[in-house]
Design a protein around this ligand. Structure first.
Ligand code: ZN
Length: 328
């Protein structure tokens, strides 16, 4: 069992109070190993990608970032051994995660394995998440420090419910927080929260991710008024919503007193097969992990955010959320 306040990183457990400035929703490498094996992406070069990540993390350290949470779970090509090779050359701490990224269906394996299925037994998803959180990921000995689940346009499909249920069980067993991917335009963070709280998860232990894609203050306040934290976690994704408007929403919510209910991040990656570097360079030039320290913090300050607000958003809230807490 995890000790109170200890956060798992690639270099072992650290006290949540030592995490410092934290980017809580990022990706090192988003990949598709099966596609890569059969239809290699022309821009993927593993050695070059590792160097790019090491260089990127060095620049982040110089900008004051101390911890990055890599939310690359299964479905996004997770390779924690590769992440560890980057982390061992970086001063910035990396927290890895477990969970399953699917907007609709799980792979066929999960349709034959589980309670009442052809290969009858307990749900392998729960066993897998708990093992990642308590023993370590794929033989690396590195324990996951966060759970990640997804609902997108299709909503709470049967398989999405199965992932959320397994994540809730793993959360109750370990106290590790749950972060989510939502489709903010359909306001489905509320359905997600209802589903998770219905399975015993306290809203205070959930980050409703991608909420920053929305400018609907009523929706965002409804999420936070449950006690949940919202992820204003796609700065630089200006093809979805320009940063200027993302900043305006954060400033509005700060004025309304929600500093302790928001976290800031980019959902960026050093390499993503989904939106490769050549595409990002043209269509989303600010979508990288230096955007918050370089462009967004100065804009927040210009709009009235205080030093205390910034500390709350970038240091105190991530530390509070990442520190495992058992439900009483
Ligand atoms: Zn993400």
């Amino acid at each position: 069992m995890t000790g109170a306040g200890e956060v798992q990183t690639t270099r072992g457990a650290v006290d949540a109070g030592e995490l410092g400035t934290t980017l809580i929703h990022e990706h090192l490498f988003v990949q598709h190993p099966e596609l890569q094996l059969n239809f290699p992406h022309p821009e993927w070069d593993e050695a070059a990608a590792v160097e790019r990540a090491v260089d990127g993390l060095r620049r982040l350290w110089d900008l004051g970032v101390r911890t990055v949470v890599d939310l690359t779970v299964l479905g996004l090509g997770r390779d924690v051994a590769r992440v560890a090779r980057v982390a061992e050359r970086s001063a910035v701490r990396i927290v890895v995660s477990t969970g399953y990224y699917t907007a609709d269906v799980l792979p066929a394996y999960f349709h034959t394995h589980g309670p009442g299925l052809l290969v009858d037994g307990p749900d392998p998803l729960t066993e897998f998440f708990v093992r990642d959180l308590t023993e370590g990921v794929a033989g690396t000995g590195i324990r996951a420090g966060m759970l990640k689940v997804v609902t997108d346009r299709p909503g709470l499909t049967a398989d999405v419910q199965r992932v959320l249920t397994a994540a809730a069980e793993a959360h109750l067993h370990t106290g590790v927080p749950i972060t989510t991917h939502t489709h903010a335009a359909s306001r489905n963070g509320l359905d997600q929260l209802r589903f998770l709280t219905g399975r015993g998860v306290a809203p205070e232990r959930v980050i409703v991710g991608h909420s920053g894609d929305s400018e609907d203050l009523d929706y965002l306040r409804a999420l936070m008024d449950t006690g949940a934290t919202i992820g204003m976690d796609r700065f630089g994704m200006e093809h979805v919503l320009p940063d200027e408007r993302r900043v305006a929403v954060v400033l509005d919510l700060l004025r309304l007193g929600y500093a302790d209910r928001m976290v800031l991040s980019h959902d960026a990656a050093f390499f993503s097969q989904v939106t490769p570097p050549s595409w990002r360079a043209v269509h989303a030039p600010n979508w990288h992990m230096e955007n918050i320290p370089r462009r967004i913090v100065p804009r927040l300050v210009a709009g009235g955010a205080t030093e205390a607000d910034l500390h709350q958003l970038l240091v105190a809230n991530p530390a509070r959320l990442l520190a495992p807490a058992k439900e009483s």
